[in-house]
Design a protein around this ligand. Structure first.
Ligand SMILES: [Zn+2]
Length: 225
């Protein structure tokens, strides 16, 4: 008898919390090597959302300034305005609470450069009810997991792996070969530094690049002497 009244407030709170739980978001991930059309696919999906009357924001890393920082541009020239940020946690600061609440869709390009990708995607999809469309490299030039892109696959509604065309034989390319001898993981560049390759030409290309690097190193040693 005594416990009954105290139960009602608890049940009332549960009912009130329902709207935020029912407005759950979505996470869609687009991966693949360089030149596979990841940004193009992201922009097409974003454009479709805009055409459906949804509010969209696009984020890219400020590390990649090849095409200017206020727009995102595909290799085939499609261009949309975007925020260039050092990390995703600074995204909300660019919006008033009202403007943020009205956002339906957030597109993230070059997602491998964002260390806080997992926490951001979980927060905005699970708690803020946004749809997040993420495009990024799944692997680096050594085919190792790049940044946090693969970490968000357990959170995702869908994962799309795109392929490019092997620059040597024209077959399906799943990997990015770095043509130069530099060894840091993050090295921004286009066709001057990278090429998409099939498995066969990735393996033979790595051997050739490594051999060239060894020759260059030995020449440096000889020069120093
Ligand atoms: Zn090939």
């Amino acid at each position: 008898m005594i416990s009954l009244p105290s139960k009602f407030p608890t049940q009332t709170r549960c009912v009130h919390s329902k709207p935020s739980l029912s407005s759950s978001g979505e996470i869609h991930v687009i991966v693949g090597p360089m030149f596979a059309g990841k940004t193009t696919t992201l922009l097409h999906r974003v454009q479709a959302e805009i055409n459906d009357g949804r509010n969209v924001a696009i984020i890219k890393s400020n590390k990649d300034n090849r095409y200017g920082l206020d727009s995102v541009v595909t290799h085939d020239g499609v261009k949309l305005p975007c925020c260039a940020l050092p990390n995703l946690s600074s995204f909300k600061q660019n919006f008033s609470q009202d403007a943020y609440d009205q956002l339906d869709v957030i597109g993230i390009d070059e997602a491998q450069f964002f260390g806080d990708l997992y926490d951001f995607c979980r927060e905005v999809a699970d708690h803020d009810g946004k749809t997040v469309i993420v495009a990024g490299l799944d692997g680096d030039y050594l085919r190792r997991s790049f940044g946090s892109v693969l970490d968000i696959i357990p959170l995702a509604d869908s994962v799309t792996k795109l392929s490019a065309q092997c620059e040597i034989c024209g077959k399906r390319a799943l990997f990015t070969l770095r043509k130069t001898g530099e060894t840091q993981t993050e090295l921004i560049g286009g066709t001057d530094v990278y090429m998409p390759v099939c498995r066969h030409h990735y393996v033979s290309g790595q051997v050739a690049v490594e051999a060239a690097r060894m020759v260059l190193q030995s020449q440096k040693v000889i020069t120093r002497r």
